[in-house]
Design a protein around this ligand. Structure first.
Ligand SMILES: C[S@@+](CC[C@H](N)C(=O)[O-])C[C@H]1O[C@@H](n2cnc3c(N)ncnc32)[C@H](O)[C@@H]1O
Length: 313
């Protein structure tokens, strides 16, 4: 593998992903969130001659980097939304795959280098779209939604206790001037939120920025859409591995995997199942897998990662 420092994103839980996802080295796999190709490269290097990897990302800039990085492997790098993976498979005349990896959230490329306003520490146009050709920017959202709608975004997607206060401050600020940059927004948020009482290193705008990014990119809706399709995409014995970085995503994955494992909808007092629903996926690990202390000290951004894996029945 080429040295990872050439690429702006350090992949997390790589060893764990490889050992839990790859059940057949000659199988077909999808990396649904290829980013700059860290996981993809590790998977591609492990696959046998007949193995195949489809690398999807919605971010055109990531696709260019991944294509270059993976040029010596037998992979297809495609600009696509993982929630529409079935269309990619149809176009490639592939019926089902042996495994799918999703490594959710944003990449270091997007946060540090994209210039698209993902970071509250940088003066950049407030865009936040992973695919700059798709939908409204974060500036459109903060300058147009009602105070109530903004508060809901911060509360639901950021689990931000001061959601109402932030929304009010934004609406007050935009009456004076259009909010255009990430730093302008971060300053508006900071002006009404005191620093975290114990963890002073956490920026007050952390949760609000996360919430806005999730809303702009419809991240939870797309994950939900993908999860409803996953059983039809993965063949029997194949696996789904998902790495999430916050509790909203992890709760959705955990709940869905539990339901896949026990879909029976019969009342618990019935002596035998009459609904006929049988397991779709079985969890490979009861407990979620988290990075070791060693990995966290090498890559601080891995600290909130949670990996869950399920196997198609
Ligand atoms: C955490 S990064 C993945 C990093 C990657 N595993 C690596 O090793 O470089 C998440 C990536 O998922 C992409 N992404 C997020 N939602 C997506 C979606 N619905 N469809 C396709 N890509 C998506 C983002 O653009 C970003 O590049």
């Amino acid at each position: 593998m080429r040295p990872i420092m050439r690429f702006p994103h350090t992949p997390v839980l790589v060893k764990e992903v490889l050992s839990l996802l790859i059940t057949d080295k000659e199988g077909i796999y999808i990396d649904g969130t290829a980013g700059t190709g860290g996981h993809s490269e590790a998977i591609a290097a492990l696959l046998g001659k007949r193995g195949r990897l489809l690398c999807l990302d919605r971010d055109p800039e990531a696709v260019v980097i991944a294509k270059e990085r993976l040029s010596s492997y037998r992979v297809d790098v495609i600009k696509a939304n993982y929630a529409l993976a079935e269309i990619v498979l149809e176009q490639l005349k592939i019926k089902e795959v042996t495994g799918i990896l999703l490594d959710l959230g944003m990449s270091s490329l997007q946060l540090d280098l994209s210039g698209r306003g993902f970071s509250f520490l940088k003066e950049e146009a407030l865009d936040m779209r992973m695919d700059p050709g798709d939908g409204e920017t974060a500036a459109d959202v903060v300058n147009s939604l009602s105070q109530g709608e903004l508060a809901r975004i911060f509360r639901v997607y950021g689990e931000e206790k001061k959601a109402g206060l932030i929304a009010k401050a934004i609406v007050g600020a935009r009456q004076k001037t259009h909010i255009k940059t990430s730093l302008e927004l971060a300053d508006i948020i900071s002006s009404v939120l005191p620093p975290h009482p114990r963890r002073k290193t956490i920026h007050p705008a952390t949760r609000a920025f996360q919430a806005l990014r999730i809303a702009v990119n419809r991240e939870l809706a797309l994950l939900e859409e993908f999860l409803t399709k996953a059983p039809a995409l993965i063949k029997s014995g194949g696996r789904l591995a998902v790495i999430s970085y916050h509790s909203l995503e992890d709760r959705m994955i955990k709940k869905t995997m539990a339901l896949w494992e026990r879909p029976c909808s019969c009342p618990p007092d019935l002596p035998a199942c009459v609904c006929g629903l049988t397991p779709v996926f079985l969890r490979v690990n009861r407990r979620a897998i988290r990075p070791s202390q060693a990995e966290i000290s090498e890559n601080i951004r891995s600290r909130s990662a949670i990996l869950r894996v399920a196997e198609r029945v």
